[in-house]
Design a protein around this ligand. Sequence first.
Ligand code: ZN
Length: 198
Amino acid sequence: MLPASLQKLIDELAKLPGIGPKTAQRLAMYLLKSPHSRIRPLGEALLSLKEGLSFCENCWNITDGDICKICSDPARDETKICVVEEVLDVLAIEKTGKYKGRYHVLHGVLSPIDGISADQLKIHELFERVKNDPEIKELVVATNPSLEGDATALYISKYLNRDDVQITRIARGLPIGADLEYADAATLGKALLNRTGY
Ligand SMILES: [Zn+2]
C-alpha cells in the first residue's frame, strides 16, 4: 500500500521501545509533512549518535571522552558511590539535586530467570574500584525496588571486599516494582535521603 521508503521508516520506528505500530505511523506521517530543515538535524543526530560516545572507564556512565563529567568533577564527593542499573538512572538522580557523590552504572541487574549473572554486569568492576580507592566510604545502592534490584543489592553487600565501606539501600518511598527512571524527583530525592544501612 505505502511507498517502500515510508513503510521502512514506519517499520524502523515501530522497533523502538514504547512505540507501537499506530504511533510509528503517526510519527512517520508527521516527519513526511515536516520541512527538510526539521528532518535533517534529526537524521544527523541519529547518524552521529554512536560516533565518539563510549562508557566512562571509571563508572560506566556514558561519555564523549575517556572519563565522564561526573567522575572528572573535583567538586563531587569522592567518598560516596551511587550504584544504579542504567545510565538514565544517573540522570534521574541528578535531577533530584540531593546527591553530590559519584556513580557506578551496572548496566543491568542480576536475573537468573533471564540468565543474567554478575559476569554480564559491571559488578566486578565495582568491586575492583572500591578495592583500589581507599577514599570510598559509602555505596548507595539505588537499583530499582524490584526482586532483581533487591537481589543485586544483596549480592553487592555480600561480596564487597571492604569492611569499612558502608552499604546503604534506597527504596523507601518508592513503590515496589517502580522504575527509578520514571520516579518523580521529589520521591526519589526523599528515598535517597532516607537510605538505610545493611
Ligand atoms: Zn564516570
